[in-house]
Design a protein around this ligand. Structure first.
Ligand code: 2P0
Length: 329
């Protein structure tokens, strides 16, 4: 009753922001992401009578504050498999967690796959995506590789709210997301709280929901046509709208650092010069730059000259979650 899975994180080009059902994690809007090669979490899960309680070890530390309700997720999987055994979970990521880098996406996707395999449930990708979603919304997209759409669905039980592949990781191999690390500090306002506060207090939330439909249409069409200008421009616009939402909540949430804004200004000026790139930012200060392979080196070099950039990691489209044979314990 032991299994290990690896899942790459994903970065949204059209953001998921706001839940219509917090318990089942059902979003108000659909979203689109790229699964990122090389930014991953590996999770080993073992269910056994030898464990008296669930033990969860993330990055060599036992889980103290269960913000994402990992224990609830294990319970959900136990119920599905009709077993009582407690579990030991060991999870490791190769990038700074909780800094707006969507570690919960790769974390919960790998946990869902490993745990269901360990209990002998052989779920298909749609079922895995529905289950992962209930652990953390964005993780339902990391089940798949390449460019992925999470359709919000309409049903109250969430059975039609899951991700699917738009195109796989080989369709547009030149697409790059350069993740800058500006701070490895844990974000002050987690996305779960940030979303709830937005839905409740931002006067612009209706406008977001109305306009996001066009973002989805344009980004999806752009991906299928490999139209970098269309995808980049619309993704950047969508990101700025998401941050306009958080700034307009009560109390306000501003995820940016001064260096976040500095990179934004640089991207605008590089683009004016003819170096085509765009940015996107999640619930943290780190800026992700969208570009094509041909400009990757030039942009990384320029980023390295900006004070405040601790690191730049380049990701191309990556694979969906999969089972591996080497266990973490
Ligand atoms: C996204 N984010 O689409 C958006 C954009 C952050 C900014 O999904 O509450 O950790 O566990 O469902 O998935 C981060 O939110 O939130 C996120 P929960 P999750 O990538």
């Amino acid at each position: 009753m032991k299994a290990t899975a690896i899942a790459n994180t994903n970065i949204a080009l059209v953001k998921y922001w706001g839940k219509r059902n917090e318990k089942l994690i059902l979003p108000y809007n659909s979203s689109i992401s790229m699964t990122c090669h090389g930014l991953f979490t590996i999770t080993t899960v073992e269910f056994s009578k030898k464990y008296k309680r669930d033990i969860v070890i993330i990055e060599d530390e036992e889980l103290k504050k269960d913000e994402k309700n990992v224990l609830g997720h294990l319970e959900r999987i136990r119920k599905m498999a009709r077993i009582k055994e407690k579990a030991k979970v060991v999870s490791k990521s190769n990038f700074p967690i909780a800094a707006g880098l969507a570690s919960s996406a790769s974390g919960l996707a790998s946990l869902t796959l490993a745990a269901t395999k360990a209990v002998g449930l052989n779920l298909n990708k749609k079922e895995l995506s529905i289950l992962a979603r209930q652990g953390s919304g964005s993780s339902c997209r990391s089940i798949f590789g390449g460019f992925v759409e999470w359709r919000k669905g309409k049903k109250e039980d969430g059975s039609d709210s899951y991700a699917r592949e738009i195109v796989d990781e080989d369709y547009w191999p030149e697409f790059r997301i350069i993740v800058t690390i500006l701070s490895t500090e844990k974000k002050k306002v987690g996305s779960r709280v940030g979303m709830a506060q937005t839905v409740k207090t931002s006067p612009y939330y209706r406008g977001w929901l109305k306009s996001v439909e066009e973002d989805l249409r344009i980004v999806k069409k752009g991906i299928l046509a490999r139209d970098f200008t269309a995808v980049g421009f619309q993704a950047e616009y969508n990101c700025l709208k998401m941050h306009a939402l958080t700034i307009s909540t009560k109390p306000p949430i501003l995820y940016w650092l001064p260096s976040t804004l500095e990179i934004i200004q640089e991207v605008f000026s590089w683009r004016k010069e003819g170096l085509e790139c765009y940015f996107t930012i999640d619930a943290g200060p780190n800026v992700k730059i969208l570009c094509l392979e041909k400009d990757e080196k030039k942009i990384v070099k320029r980023l390295s000259k900006i004070k405040g950039v601790l690191k730049a990691i380049v990701a191309k489209p990556g694979e969906g979650a999969k089972i591996i044979n080497e266990h973490l314990f």
